[in-house]
Design a protein around this ligand. Structure first.
Ligand code: MN
Ligand code: MN
Length: 312
């Protein structure tokens, strides 16, 4: 289901619909050119990857230092819990992106909104707070805006100048170009690009891998010892089998727009079952990406011991 408003739309998957997903909830949002996701904040961290177009982000850190930046397809942002921010699609085509909150219960439809707070504060308090007359607030919206159509925000440099602070910029940028980074792993089957707090220092609670598998490619048998994996399939089609104690195993097919989930340390692999590249995200509530590879384990165990188990 998409929630449509003038200026854009969003749909989300929280634990309400997807019970297994304790650590992450996800939102797919599209903003029209100049469409604005209202100034707001929330208790969870917000991680995002740009899927299409261009977007302008604004954020203020807890020391009063602002960042205003433009992001493009393949770029990430990370907004720490509680820091206020906004998003605006840029011309000509606006922006589409995936958001991940580091809490499976978090909802994009239930955030702390600038308009809601101002509308639910007495005008005399607003007047005293901002040192102006109460009249200044006579035209505020009484219902929140959430997503709405805005005007062209103008050049980035002018927007940065207009919002700058004498305190300077945040210590670590809240954006990162994942799409442009050199893959951590690359072979004929595909590539894996990883962003976590080691190369994207602001991202202290979310680690992510962007996986591209060529037709016939396989994301090797492995598991993650430190966190559950929340998956979002961006393009193509694939098949995953997850191995659990019991023994139990479950196999499912995925295509663009699907969400998957693998509990911490359960074994899994993903194969590309289509004729085009399979592109998907592995997202973890953690400060770092961690993986144990089955082939590494067998390779770095005395061969006699492996042979005693598998007869190979
Ligand atoms: Mn947000
Ligand atoms: Mn994995």
């Amino acid at each position: 289901h998409k929630r449509y408003q003038n200026g854009g739309w969003a749909r989300e998957v929280t634990q309400e619909d997807f019970e297994i997903s304790e650590t992450i909830s996800g939102v797919n949002m599209r903003l029209a050119a100049n469409g604005i996701r209202e100034m707001h904040w929330h208790q969870q961290a917000e991680w995002a990857i740009m899927l299409d177009g261009k977007c302008r982000i604004t954020i203020l850190d807890e020391l009063g230092r602002p960042q205003v930046a433009d992001v493009k397809t393949g770029d990430l942002w990370y907004f720490p819990p509680g820091l206020p921010h906004s998003l605006q699609g840029l011309g000509p085509d606006g922006a589409e992106f995936l958001l991940a909150f580091d809490n499976g219960r978090a909802s994009e439809f239930n955030t702390l909104l600038l308009t809601d707070w101002v509308a639910h504060t007495p005008p005399d308090i607003l007047a005293a707070n901002f040192g102006v007359s109460a009249d200044a607030f006579k035209n505020i919206p009484l219902d929140n805006l959430w997503i709405f159509q805005g005007d062209d925000p103008g050049p980035l440099a002018a927007a940065q100048r207009a919002s700058q602070s004498s305190l300077g910029a945040p210590e670590h940028p809240f954006i990162f170009s994942l799409g442009e980074m050199k893959p951590i792993k690359q072979d004929r089957g595909g590539t894996v690009q990883i962003a976590d707090s080691r190369n994207f220092p602001a991202s202290t609670t979310v680690a992510a891998a962007l996986v591209t598998l060529k037709p016939g490619g396989l994301r090797e048998l492995h598991w993650h010892p430190n966190a559950d994996e929340w998956q979002y399939y961006i393009a193509g089609q694939g098949r995953m089998t997850v191995f659990d104690t019991g023994p139990k195993a479950q196999t499912a097919d995925f295509r663009a727009g699907d969400v998957g989930y693998v509990k911490k340390s359960l074994g899994h692999y993903v194969q590309n079952t289509g004729n085009t590249d399979l592109v998907f995200l592995e997202i973890f509530k953690s400060d770092r990406f961690a993986e144990v590879s089955l082939s590494d384990w067998l390779k770095h165990t005395p061969p006699q011991l492996v042979k005693a188990h598998l007869g190979i």
